[in-house]
Design a protein around this ligand. Structure first.
Ligand SMILES: C[S@@+](CC[C@H](N)C(=O)[O-])C[C@H]1O[C@@H](n2cnc3c(N)ncnc32)[C@H](O)[C@@H]1O
Length: 136
């Protein structure tokens, strides 16, 4: 969709003040804008945790993401981890891990607020590289 949408977006030089994107999601439009002065937000607080973690601790997020074991058993163990008192970089890495290894990258919670998408495999996990995290 991005190649279609860019035709309707302003150029960075034409944006006066702050570029604001309240439904940032995966950020394809935001990252394409490459704006130096931007405000992003999203209803999904775990997604915002992921962006904050990457912003503050890109290397720790990557190292943690990389060291999560592969396979279905590990996936459910990490999915069931209580994250309340875990550091920001861990919560960010876990969100990235769940998004990349759950079924088709779906995002869904049960009534208790726990992420409950089943395991989807490792194929989509290693599309992400350390370099991607640094660029983000
Ligand atoms: C399709 S994604 C956005 C795609 C993104 N703008 C891009 O460039 O790829 C939609 C996002 O909107 C968020 N969202 C849905 N309802 C919202 C609301 N009421 N307030 C803030 N964010 C919301 C969702 O959590 C989701 O991450």
């Amino acid at each position: 969709m991005l190649s279609y949408l860019v035709n309707y977006l302003p150029e960075n030089k034409d944006i006066k003040g702050t570029y604001s994107e309240p439904f940032v999601g995966g950020g394809s439009v935001f990252f394409n804008m490459n704006s130096k002065n931007a405000l992003i937000s999203d209803l999904n607080s775990e997604l915002i945790t992921l962006y904050k973690g990457i912003k503050l601790y890109p290397h720790k997020v990557w190292e943690t993401f990389e060291t999560f074991p592969e396979g279905k058993t590990a996936y459910y163990k990490i999915r069931n981890t209580v994250i309340k008192n875990k550091p920001l970089y861990y919560r960010a890495a876990r969100t990235l891990f769940l998004n990349r290894t759950c079924f088709k990258g779906m995002w869904r919670h049960n009534r208790k607020g726990n992420f409950n998408v089943g395991y989807g495999g490792e194929e989509r996990r290693w599309v992400i590289t350390h370099q991607n995290i640094r660029l983000v």
